[in-house]
Design a protein around this ligand. Sequence first.
Ligand SMILES: Cc1ncc(COP(=O)(O)O)c(C=O)c1O
Length: 357
Amino acid sequence: MTRINVTKPFFPPIEEYNEYLHKIWEDEQLTNQGPFVVELEAAAKKYLGISDFQFVANGTLALQLALRALDITDGEVITTPFTYVATTSAILWERCTPVYVDIEPETFCIDTDKIEAAITPLTKAIMAVHVFGFPCNIEKIQEIADRHNLKVIYDAAHAFGATHKGKSLLDFGDISICSFHATKLFHTVEGGGIIAQDPAVSNKLDIMKRFGHNGDTHLALGINAKNSELHAAMGLCNLKYIDDLIAKRKTLHEQYTKELHNKFKLPKIQDTSVYNYSYYPVTFDTGADMNKAIKALNEKDIFPRRYFYPSLNTLPYLGTTKDCPISEDIASRILCLPFYAGLEEQVVNNICEVLKK
Ligand SMILES: Cc1ncc(COP(=O)(O)O)c(C=O)c1O
């Protein structure tokens, strides 16, 4: 039996990657904003229809840079407990305090009706997540941020290729970030994107991501968040396949939904959004049901993943945090099913058969 994991990285044809490698070997430039990084940045802007985009080392550093570039170096950041741990780590690593606001049960995104109650004089920003590529309530978040003079950072790690009201989901807030980790829908092996609305902030990010200096002129405290020509080359290869990958995932998504819609609570895709088919989460009635399903699937060498678990407000290294009953409940009984272009229809059928039993 071939082991089926929750996801599998896309590999472009090796000859296509080799062509880029030959060019890199000829040019002898491996990093430091080389031609493929520049080309990838331009191609991503064009594909997404956005005017700013910087290619960085990964999504986690992009979140850290976002906080720094917006001068958020202390205080509280309102965020969601239902996401990958990196959202919280970036806040903590930058020595800010995450303040968790519970999520909406339908979209799994931060519940905007509960944000204002969490604002204190120490609040500096809202860091929301378009989790699984589902859009947050963007208009409401902006309205609250404007009223309270807060910055908005979107962790759009899952949102490459998704849109909201005709615009890329990466084009909202003061800053949005994306992850291009190998398991993501669009990947560069490791990598991330950072998009700022204000050109001055974008400029600051550009300086900060490469040690804070321009030649001999040292302008600000920086870090090394650049990415390399080898990673950019992978991105350029993969970008050619992105529409095809999304189309294949859409077919699998529909197949899962057709089989499972009577049995499970499935993701709700909003009317205002074009989905990128990045994940297939299913919510069970109870954690015990979910564990039974995991066991039955594992016996067939199929390995779904508990995404996202635990609810981050319960992380053991945090001080006291507020309860987030909806996030804690959903995290205890949600599973992401195997989902990637190239997953065979027969395997999806097998997974659905096991789950229906
Ligand atoms: C929601 C979310 N935020 C941030 C990250 C961090 O991205 P990276 O792995 O590129 O650092 C990830 C994924 O890995 C993620 O899923």
